[in-house]
Design a protein around this ligand. Structure first.
Ligand code: PLP
Length: 409
């Protein structure tokens, strides 16, 4: 059956507005569409394809495990899940892991765990969740309400309660609202969807101290920042602040859906038998692939490579911006970078993304003012250079169109 982008509008609910072309295959950091046109992939499936497309070692595990065992349910445990949990706890502050299939699901688990922990220790009064403006934590009703954009949770009926928002990077504002009724603070240690906002290190340390003072749990949502993305295995390691609960997804599976909530034994033990669960969570197929991805990424050479590739991106983006004057700054960390639009190009990030795609570079936006790059951590340097050359062509195209429009106006 021949299918086209037009069919999308007929058979899919309109909650997405996908690009005009349809990708059909990928290798490493390159993708080809239905017309066999090539693209350099700086989008990485939204910070997911951490080792590019069809990495041979992941494909091997997919085939091997695919011929062994896919799914059991949590009535049984399985070897890949146990190995992955052991490796995640060995590599981090955590002692225990809960697996699900997405970022939203592990955030949902983290929030439910925090509420249950507070109830068990302090009673029902301690239920306040504090989160940050522009934060993003997923689309289940609880997580989207904890997220910092009310527009995403409006219009679906009564919202989950006892959730308060405050400004990111503003410790005084947080100090004014936190109290002994606060059960947890949920934050991204680098805001992704909100616009690639890097936290002030002193702010993060201050959040930790306020949590300690008020016996509140600190939940780091590392769904986007984790698994090597920033050049540290998890972003918290580069901030010198240890959370009580950490959530990971996106890069964790290298493209296969999986999420993990990590925590200490003292906290995790409150999710007693029957309190929470997932049918697919921790299935052997996803866990086997995530285990291999983690084996590859948790390596000093790969992580150092992320920092080197960031420098290469920054060098070329600075050169491009010196020429075209489009960004106010390039920000972010590792392979999670954002180009913020300057005054003249406010609200135009999508125009540059669309133009780049047309020229053969896939990238993302984060809000209406930031072009975002979240490529594979092992993207070859020559693909970075070629991808940015095409991105530059896209910028030149947008500026030429603007000039034309100004002339005819
Ligand atoms: C993408 C994202 C989520 C949601 O993950 P899903 O897998 O889409 O449910 C949650 N938190 C952060 C920080 C994210 O970037």
């Amino acid at each position: 059956m021949q299918v086209t982008r037009e069919l999308f509008n007929d058979v899919m609910v309109p909650n997405y507005n996908p690009a005009a072309m349809i990708p059909v295959r990928g290798v490493g950091s390159k993708i080809w569409d239905q017309d066999d046109k090539e693209y350099i992939d700086f989008a990485g499936g939204i910070a997911v394809n951490v080792l590019g497309h069809c990495h041979p070692e992941l494909v091997n595990v997919l085939k091997e495990q695919g011929e062994k065992l896919w799914h059991l349910s949590n009535v049984y445990t399985n070897e890949p899940a146990l190995r992955l949990a052991k490796k995640l706890t060995d590599a981090t502050f955590a002692d225990m892991v809960y697996f699900a299939n997405s970022g939203a699901e592990v955030n949902e688990a983290a929030l439910k765990l925090a509420r249950r922990w507070a109830l068990d220790h302090y009673g029902p009064e301690k239920d306040q969740i504090i989160a940050f403006n522009q934060g993003f934590h997923g689309r289940t009703f609880f997580t989207v309400t904890v997220g910092g954009q009310a527009a995403y949770s409006d219009g679906f009926g009564p919202k989950p309660g006892a959730i308060t928002h405050t400004a990111y990077n503003d410790l005084a504002a947080l100090e004014a609202i936190i109290s002994d009724k606060t059960c947890a603070i949920m934050m991204e240690p680098l805001q992704g969807e909100g616009g690639i906002i890097v936290p002030d290190p002193e702010f993060v340390k201050g959040v930790r101290a306020l949590c300690d003072k008020h016996n509140a749990l600190l939940i780091f949502d590392e769904v986007q920042s984790g698994v090597g993305r920033t050049g540290d295995l998890f972003a918290y390691m580069g901030l010198d602040v240890v959370p009580d609960i950490l959530t990971s997804a996106k890069s964790l599976g290298g493209g296969i859906p999986i999420g993990a909530m990590l925590t200490t034994k003292a906290i995790g033990s409150h999710l007693k038998v029957g309190t929470h669960g997932s049918t697919y969570g921790g299935n052997p197929l996803a866990c086997a692939i995530a285990e291999k991805a983690l084996d590859i990424i948790n390596d000093p050479t790969i992580l150092a490579g992320v920092k080197a590739k960031e420098a290469l991106f920054r060098e070329h983006l600075t050169r491009i911006n010196d020429k075209y004057q489009v960004f106010s700054e390039v920000r972010g960390k590792g392979m999670l970078l954002g180009c913020a639009m300057n005054e003249k190009y406010q609200g135009r990030a999508r125009d540059f993304m669309v133009a780049a795609t047309e020229k053969g570079t896939m990238c993302l936006i984060a809000g209406i003012n930031v072009v975002r790059f979240a490529p594979s951590l092992v993207i070859p340097d020559e693909d970075i250079i070629e991808g940015l050359r095409r991105f530059e062509e896209g910028i030149a195209h947008v500026l030429a169109q603007d000039a034309l429009a100004a002339e005819t106006a």
